[in-house]
Design a protein around this ligand. Sequence first.
Ligand code: SF4
Length: 168
Amino acid sequence: MEKEFDHLVDKAIELGASEAKILDTDRIVFDSRSHLKCRFGCSRWGRYWTCPPHLHISPEEFMEGFSRFHKAIIIKTTDPKIGQDVTLAIEKDAMLSLGCSFAFGMALCVQCDECAYPEPCKYPHLARPSMDAYGVDIGKTVELLGFKVAFDPEGKMLPAWYSMVLID
Ligand code: SF4
């Protein structure tokens, strides 16, 4: 583990993450087929401000910004709400403790039971896009750290949610 980031990993665990690990951003795996999985088969499509097609930042603009980040902390939780809370707390901590100008969290937005879309987002200061919304292959990325996205025989994802904070 890289010592400079130990406190972020420790804090994520303290706040309820089951595990958290640091990854160089150039190892994060992107696959444009993630967009297909968003578009076809995901019940969130078109219903959340933080999911396609309502992102309002193109994949090209996202990749331009993404290329400026060098490290990511990948956070594993067993509950998406805890995952979002931990992710936002780590994003804030990275800004305060490391002086990051643009630490940026990516987490499934579950702040509201039902997203307010098409009404304005109720908590824009807490809403962040999910990783797959911008083409991250979550399974292959987390495998690099020894994590696994696992499914039960019915195809339901077993309770392990992944989010990340990009650090400049
Ligand atoms: S904070 Fe609420 S309204 Fe805003 S994107 Fe998230 S779920 Fe939707």
